[in-house]
Design a protein. Structure first.
Length: 122
């Protein structure tokens, strides 16, 4: 994933700041950028959906004892035992994949692009 992020940044940087850019080279860069963006989204979107589904499932299981009144205490004990830990797909155990993480990645690209453009003109 980090490779895709880096490749997208450098592809965009090369497209913007290249002095001489032929049509073939531009087409190659656009294909490369599209490919890496596809790889990135193919990793991030399923991870985000999986984490959201895990949260919804955990909430549904926690509400289960109130929907099934028979053997409620036994069911509550099993749920506490089996579902006390939280599992999420993370980015190197730094950040949990969610919708805001996807938007943050693209916001970071935009910020770095603006900084590069500003510093590149001086």
């Amino acid at each position: 994933m980090l490779l895709s992020l880096t490749a997208i940044f450098w592809t965009g940087y090369t497209m913007v700041f290249a002095e001489t850019l032929t049509q073939k080279h531009l087409f190659t860069l656009m294909c490369s950028g599209t490919l890496h963006l596809s790889f990135l989204l193919l990793q991030m979107i399923p991870a985000t959906i999986t984490n959201e589904s895990a949260d919804k499932t955990k909430i549904a299981i926690q509400r289960l004892p109130y929907r099934i009144p028979m053997n409620r205490e036994e069911l509550e004990n099993k749920i506490r035992k089996d579902f006390s830990q939280e599992f999420h797909l993370t980015f190197w155990k730094i950040s949990v994949f969610d919708r805001s993480f996807v938007l943050t990645c693209f916001g970071t690209f935009l910020t770095y692009g603006i900084l590069s453009a500003t510093l590149g003109r001086q």
